[in-house]
Write a protein that binds this ligand. Structure first.
Ligand code: ATP
Ligand code: MG
Length: 563
């Protein structure tokens, strides 16, 4: 991409960087990083951070690292690492060979911690976690010094080495920075730098039983990698003084600069890894890649395109004000991309058989509609027109509601791209359910306007003989409450009971026989659908509803009536 020096900065972060460059701060270089903790799958909030970090580097001709912030081994796993890498690549970003792990700096971090002790800037504290909390004070009261605060350097050093050697149990001792127990910023009240955890680590195995804290690790990792601008979400604003304090104590060639931006929040969903994990663990969804989840793997399986997610992140912009983004904006970006890129097809979700009585049994006329109305390069598809067809059950009404424009007994409708037909007879089974319609067709209307008659409705259809039978999974928003986190009660109480409906025996036009997993289509009049990434098989096709053609929630802000 281009160097933005001559362009208007597109957000406040680019503006800051431009000022920095004018003063030759960081030698004019821009180097960012995306620092996920591998304790869950990435979600759409992370996508905002990924787009921001990679794009910012790109705009200024710099680099962006991928760094796993892996200092809590008990919650982390290689499964999460692999999924995170997959999702970033899928989004369209590349970190080349710059894949780093905070855990690979454990040796350096340990040396720097010893140096802090030697410089009298850190001490080993024997308060229990409960006592430490008490000593910390509150927002309105200053904290109290730990009785160990004035422990001698030699004694702290000895204890720290014995912590590392595994002589103590979890929580028995900790290493703390010596800053100011009366600081108005709680983060500066002698924060913990190291804790004891006898825990196997997915990268370092059993090499360590002490692990560094985020605030000590992150800034040093940034500096070791030569990061210039450390972009993070607003909740770290109060940690910035500590970020700078640590870097001021240690002697490293770089002092990166932390810049905070607002996290992404979206309505009708939850964006916290803890809650997402809970939904998965309690099998309230089918897994981390459940198409209803805002995880990138879930969205991918739902049929979201990487372009739509990147466009969305661009559209919402970057600010310093927390706000709630309407999920309709995300769906808008999705429809915009899918409209452009998805071939069209006809699919009957709830089939009703019709027989065109005046159409010969052995006749077929192969129609060749275009695959995309605005993109001829996608070519054409073949659909045989025959005597027996499926139409959508709700495209016929015996007692039509006012304004109903589709098929009624004795009425006419156009079959999309084919003939005008008339319903002559409604056949019912023993229980009184409609089992079949007997129709006639007007042979003069193939592709031509019927003269002298008003035929308003156009419905889609699929030939019985050539239909591809499929399972279709209709997904809807996972929560019925706009802000499930803030609503009274448990967020799980607001799960949309109709967020998944599985339809069997759906009938698709024959061109869909050649679909591939993850291939996306617009099923005309129904919405955008994707061949399921996991479950789609040529002999047992499964499609997911990605998004409807229009926003069904927008106007009423309530659950739409199922058709
Ligand atoms: P969660 O709160 O979901 O557990 P996290 O912040 O703990 O998320 P990390 O793996 O630490 O998850 O996040 C990696 C990066 O992504 C961090 O820099 C974090 O600020 C950013 N990030 C996480 N959630 C969001 C969000 N909703 N909007 C923007 N950035 C986010
Ligand atoms: Mg985090």
């Amino acid at each position: 991409m281009t160097n933005s020096m001559t362009e208007t900065p597109s957000n406040f972060i680019q503006q800051i960087i431009r000022e920095d460059q004018k003063q030759n701060k960081h030698n004019g270089k821009v180097h960012t990083r995306f620092p996920p903790e591998p304790n869950g799958y990435l979600h759409i909030g992370h996508a905002k951070s990924i787009c921001l970090n990679f794009t910012t580097a790109d705009v200024f001709g710099g680099l962006c690292n991928l760094r796993f912030d892996d200092t809590n081994p008990e919650k982390e796993s290689v499964e999460y690492i692999n999924s995170i890498k997959d999702s970033i690549r899928w989004l369209g970003f590349d970190w080349d060979d710059r894949e780093f792990y905070a855990s690979s700096y454990f040796g350096r971090l340990y040396e720097l911690a010893e140096k802090l002790i030697q410089d009298g800037k850190a001490y080993v504290c024997g308060l229990t976690p409960e006592q430490a909390r008490e000593y910390r004070g509150s927002l309105t009261e200053p904290g109290k010094n730990s009785p160990d605060r004035d422990r001698s350097v030699d004694e702290s050093l000895d204890l720290f080495r014995r912590m590392k050697a595994g002589e103590f149990t979890d929580g028995e001792y900790s290493l703390r920075a010596k800053i100011d127990m009366a600081s108005p910023n709680m983060n500066m009240r002698d924060p913990m730098l190291y804790r004891i955890r006898h825990q196997h680590h997915h990268q370092t195995g059993d090499e360590w039983c002490i692990y560094p804290m985020y605030d000590f690790t992150h800034c040093i990792s940034d500096a070791l990698e030569g990061i210039t601008h450390s972009l993070c979400s607003l909740e770290f604003e109060d940690h910035r003084p500590l970020y700078d304090w640590v870097l001021d104590q240690v002697d490293l060639p770089a002092h990166p600069q932390q810049i905070e931006f607002a996290r992404l929040n979206i309505n009708y969903t939850v964006l916290s890894k803890r809650k997402l994990k809970q939904l998965v663990d309690e099998t309230l969804v089918s897994g981390w890649d459940d198409p209803r989840l805002p995880t990138l793997e879930g969205m991918r399986r739902r049929g979201y395109t990487p372009v739509s997610i990147r466009n969305f992140c661009e559209n919402i912009g970057v600010t310093r004000t927390n706000s709630m983004v309407d999920v309709a904006m995300l769906e808008y970006a999705l429809r915009e991309d899918l409209d452009r890129t998805s071939p069209r097809a006809m699919a009957v979700l709830r089939p009703l058989k019709i027989v065109i009585e005046d159409y010969p049994e052995d006749k077929e006329e192969v129609l060749t509609p275009s695959r995309h109305p605005k993109d001829e390069s996608m070519g054409r598809r073949e659909i045989p027109f025959r005597r027996e067809l499926y139409i959508e059950r709700n495209d016929f009404e015996e007692i039509p509601p006012p304004g109903f424009k589709r098929l009624i007994a004795g009425g006419e409708v156009r079959l999309r791209g084919a003939y005008v037909i008339k319903c002559e007879e409604v056949i019912k089974d023993a229980e009184g359910n409609i089992s079949e319609l007997r129709c006639t067709h007007d042979a003069a209307t193939l592709g031509a306007k019927p003269e002298g008659r008003k035929v308003k409705g156009v419905i889609h259809w699929v030939p019985v003989q050539d239909a591809v039978e499929a399972e279709i999974r209709l997904y809807d928003r996972l929560f019925i409450e706009e802000n499930p986190d803030a609503a009274e009660g448990d967020y799980r109480d607001f799960i949309n009971p109709d967020s998944l409906e599985i339809l069997q025996g759906c009938m698709l036009e024959p061109s869909l026989k050649q679909a591939q997993p993850e291939e996306r289509f617009q099923f005309e009049r129904e919405g955008y659908f994707v061949a399921d990434r996991e479950d789609y098989k040529t002999d047992a096709p499964v499609f997911n509803l990605t998004v409807g053609l229009r926003d069904a929630w927008g106007k009423a802000q309530q659950k739409p009536q199922k058709k």
